[in-house]
Design a protein around this ligand. Sequence first.
Ligand code: APR
Ligand code: PHB
Length: 393
Amino acid sequence: MRTQVAIIGAGPAGMLLAHLLAAEGIAATVIERRDRNYVEGRVRAGVLEQGTTDLLRRLGVAARLDREGLVHEGTSIAIDGASFRIDFAALTGGRSVTVYGQQEVMRDLFDAAAPRGIEIIWNAEEVTLEDIDSARPVVRWRQDGEENWLECDFIAGCDGYHGVSRASIPASVLKSFERIYPFGWLGILADVPPVDHELIYANHERGFALASMRSATRSRYYIQCGLDEQIEDWPDERFWDELCLRLGEEVGGRVTRGPSFEKSIAPLRSFVAEPMRWSRLFLAGDAAHIVPPTGAKGMNLAASDVAMLAEALADHYRRGSDAGLDGYSGRALARVWKAERFSWWFTSITHRFPELDGFARRIQQAEIDYIRTSPAAQRSLAENYVGLPLEAA
Ligand code: APR
Ligand code: PHB
């Protein structure tokens, strides 16, 4: 078998890239380790930057997003129960974000794949990448006990943090940069109306809390928790009590409680691998970088990476120019690092760190009060939250 671009992984990065390449008439095959139900079932964040919604519209997969997505023109920040609003629209010349779960994005991308002739190979086991630094890289995998292989011009490594792509780059080439945070997020989904029509990021002395949503009738809430905590330690009532405490009397008093139907703990990590290209292998999305979820940049970064990669591949096939491919890693990393910075900063001002002494706590309070009172500080937060342009001029 032969194709132009072999895409490893059918997450947001891989599927967006598959659609972008299909739109350019470039042949691609997606090779995914799991099945569709598994990939679509993973509960992840749900805030789309305007650049990401624009991309989905450009690809013609935004009909449901336009019907069901919730446009948010602002968000609230709370500290010890006192909250204020950041007005994205006023601060960024009318830009906004859209709340639409990653699961919904994946469903739309999968539904539109077959009609566009996008081939996805599910349940591919033991995927290996060979001859990456030759003119004809080969991807091999096993399926139902049989060996399969695919020859290609380029490999797009969109297989997430634990994938095989980054691991196929020689250690001597790859540099990685990392921060592990000494806490996690405990998240729940419940079919109750959200406490507010926008998101609330809350810094409380007991730890961070986030009030988010999936729809007008489905809430997504998170609280910061210790890395050693277990789901079983958090029956619903304990979760709701802690959430309401951290959101403060006024907001906490308005929370509608109900049974959760999903509950999970996720660790927080910042990670970047450089470069994002080795020979004919290009990394995109979580395969190359992880952000902590504060600010919801993960899926948006996957989208901006593959927008750049698709442009570079189109330049190669359509115009015979490799300048885009040669510049991909540098171009993508420039945006990735700014999102890393924002996610790290937003985490650092909103969470309770174990070593947080009186000085550090006062600095957090001062930082949040500065944002509350300074239009310049608010504008900086807003422009990062709605998403920086693909590159600064
Ligand atoms: N071979 C084939 N597929 C693989 C392999 C492998 N060896 N390893 C992992 N995969 C698949 C996973 O099963 C998954 O479906 O690659 C996909 C990677 O998807 P994500 O982890 O979602 O990564 P990405 O597409 O970069 O999306 C980044 O989406 O899931 C969120 O938290 C993530 O917000 C971030 C964004
Ligand atoms: C979510 O709704 O899952 C969500 C929203 C905002 C974040 C992180 C997660 O910053």
